[in-house]
Design a protein around this ligand. Structure first.
Ligand SMILES: Cc1cc2nc3c(=O)[nH]c(=O)nc-3n(C[C@H](O)[C@H](O)[C@H](O)COP(=O)(O)OP(=O)(O)OC[C@H]3O[C@@H](n4cnc5c(N)ncnc54)[C@H](O)[C@@H]3O)c2cc1C
Ligand code: FES
Length: 253
């Protein structure tokens, strides 16, 4: 039985943290859960969220409130939760490498869990954390604790470096230090651009898609994206995919 341990905690403007007791201990960074926002029919469809963290059987999610489903979830009371998971295919965890993690907005969430696992596996982790402005930066101390180097960027310069994460990622990728693997999650145009840069430099890149999902379990084809290997359902053959194989114009943003 899945159980919301406490009321969702406000962690930044429009962002809440959920702590959930689950009956699993074996999720993988990049996997997601599918939550039913309402016991009734509005909204009917479950909403997918990446796992932000797992310790033993407790998972955490960071949810950005953008519509009816997330508004309902952000007001949940502690108690039983209608949630499926862990679902989908997560990130590959390398060993003993230099990994560059590039996140945008709520897309930073799955990269926190990944950073923890990468550190445990002896990797060096550089993390570029992008947000629109300072008020949307959440749980910064926890991110900083899992990384060797963290660069914060904001679109408006209210915190950290002013500009887009892709600019700073390109600087690092073109710099002296070798990057062995790039991981990204965030807005589709950001991941598309970064994947292109990585492909040009022949650096492997894994991207976690956050396009529209219907069923979340491979039945409706609502999440299909085009790749160089044909059509893939992001909910079962992703959400994490080889960024250089994705035909990015086929991904909704
Ligand atoms: C694999 C996966 C992992 C995700 N992880 C997270 C996460 O960790 N935290 C988080 O906050 N969100 C995450 N999302 C996005 C989240 O699922 C949506 O924000 C949520 O379903 C919106 O529900 P809603 O009812 O509040 O919004 P709706 O009322 O359905 O929509 C409100 C507005 O947001 C737009 N919208 C809705 N869903 C999406 C989407 N997937 N992409 C872009 N625009 C959308 C709609 O077009 C509309 O304009 C993830 C999505 C996927 C597919
Ligand atoms: S969301 Fe239904 S097949 Fe992926």
């Amino acid at each position: 039985m899945n159980y919301l341990i406490e009321k969702p905690i406000h962690v930044a403007t429009d962002h809440v943290l959920l702590r959930i007791s689950t009956d699993f201990t074996d999720s993988h960074p990049g996997q997601f859960v599918n939550i039913r926002p309402s016991a009734g029919s509005d909204p009917l469809v479950r909403r997918p969220f990446s796992i932000f963290n797992q310790d033993e059987s407790v998972i955490e999610l960071v949810i950005k409130v953008i519509g009816r489903g997330t508004r309902l979830i952000s007001a949940f009371e502690p108690g039983p939760l209608d949630m499926l998971g862990p679902l989908g295919k997560g990130f590959t965890v390398t060993t003993g490498k230099h990994a560059l993690l590039v996140g945008g907005g709520v897309g930073n969430a799955p990269l926190y869990y990944l950073a923890r696992r990468l550190k445990d596996a002896g990797n060096r982790v550089t993390f570029i954390y992008g947000a629109r402005s300072e008020e949307y930066i959440y749980l910064e101390d926890r991110f900083a604790d899992t990384t060797d180097r963290m660069i914060i960027t904001t679109d408006d310069g209210s915190r950290g470096q002013k500009g887009f994460v892709t600019t700073f990622a390109e600087e690092i990728l073109h710099g002296k230090e070798t990057v062995d693997q790039v991981y990204t999650c965030g807005p589709t145009p950001m991941m598309a651009l970064l994947s292109q840069v990585c492909s040009n430099l022949q650096v492997p890149v894994e991207a976690s898609l956050e396009n529209y999902f219907g069923c979340g379990i491979g039945l409706c084809s609502g999440c299909t994206v085009e790749t160089t290997a044909g059509q893939k359902r992001a909910c079962v053959e992703g959400p994490v995919m080889d960024g250089s194989s994705i035909m990015w114009q086929s991904v909704s943003d």
